[in-house]
Write a protein that binds this ligand. Structure first.
Ligand code: MG
Length: 278
């Protein structure tokens, strides 16, 4: 009897939670659509663009395609320490996207009240590169390959827009994302006079794509990268893959912030659907 009663109770409870769970799925789905819909409407209104119709996706590299930021941060801290310049990992994340020279100048201004000489810049960047190459492991972000392949299968162009000049990571693109990136679809530290947060890196990618600003979207993880993309007039996903937090990415200007590239992969179709609905 007792067993039967328990079985019935279990059945009722199970049914109750099934209903709750179905309702939650519907709620999350509606909420997600509202989230995309609101951000797209706001973007179009602020820019006075006719529509958002993605034909290309511009990807940042560190912290978006590769889980490489912890190694960059650690290498910067060690290189600066070797030159007696106080520098924290948090600062490395906040400076992400700047050229190496610009990061070094900022730290020198704060410590010595002057910019670094060309020799000092060369020395520190070499130290940073050595630490990075000795310690880093090239790990692609989970679902980065799946998202790139899916976007490619839908006929969209894919560009890389990175402030990085680390040849190891750039070479690793071919290894981990075969057939996705070609040299003509890449903007690196070597292709620009001004690094992020200047709009030049994203403007150059836009020029290369031959598209209008409402036909591309950007995927970034860093505040300065988001500022760069927004200054170029582009819809920007902020990915909260580091220690800075959602608010920092929204404050930098992200149109919408997601937790990871996996979340973007899972919601890509919803996003495109919402672009078409506007
Ligand atoms: Mg990045």
């Amino acid at each position: 009897m007792c067993i039967k009663k328990n079985a019935n109770s279990y059945s009722s409870i199970h049914f109750f939670f099934s209903i709750i769970s179905i309702k939650s799925i519907i709620f999350v789905h509606k909420n997600r659509n509202l989230m995309f819909s609101g951000s797209i409407q706001q973007f179009l209104k602020s820019k006075n663009y006719p529509l958002l119709s993605p034909k290309a996706v511009l990807f940042d590299m560190d912290g978006v395609l590769f889980d490489s930021m912890p190694f960059h941060a650690s290498a910067w801290v060690q290189a600066m320490r070797d030159m007696n310049i106080p520098f924290t990992a948090f600062e490395a994340y906040m400076n992400e996207g700047r050229t190496g020279d610009s990061t070094i100048d900022g730290a020198f201004m704060r410590t010595y009240g002057r910019t670094a000489t060309p020799d000092e810049k060369k020395q520190i960047y070499k130290l940073k590169t050595n630490y990075f190459e000795a310690e880093s492991k090239t790990t692609p972000m989970l679902f980065a390959l799946e998202l790139l392949e899916y976007i490619k299968s839908k006929g969209l162009q894919i560009f890389l827009v990175t402030g990085s000049g680390q040849s190891t990571l750039i070479d690793s693109l071919q290894l981990h994302f075969p057939g996705i990136f070609r040299k003509e679809n890449m903007i690196t530290a070597y292709d620009v006079s001004h690094g992020k947060p200047h709009p030049e890196p994203y403007q150059k990618a836009l020029e290369k794509s031959g598209l209008q600003p409402w036909e591309v979207v950007v995927v970034e993880n860093a505040p300065l990268g988001i500022q760069s993309a927004k200054a170029a007039g582009l819809y920007t996903f902020g990915l909260d893959t580091g220690p800075l937090g959602v608010d920092v990415l929204y404050t930098a200007g992200a149109d919408i912030v997601l937790a990871s590239i996996e979340e973007l992969y899972n919601k890509w179709d919803d996003f495109i659907l919402n672009c078409k609905k506007q």
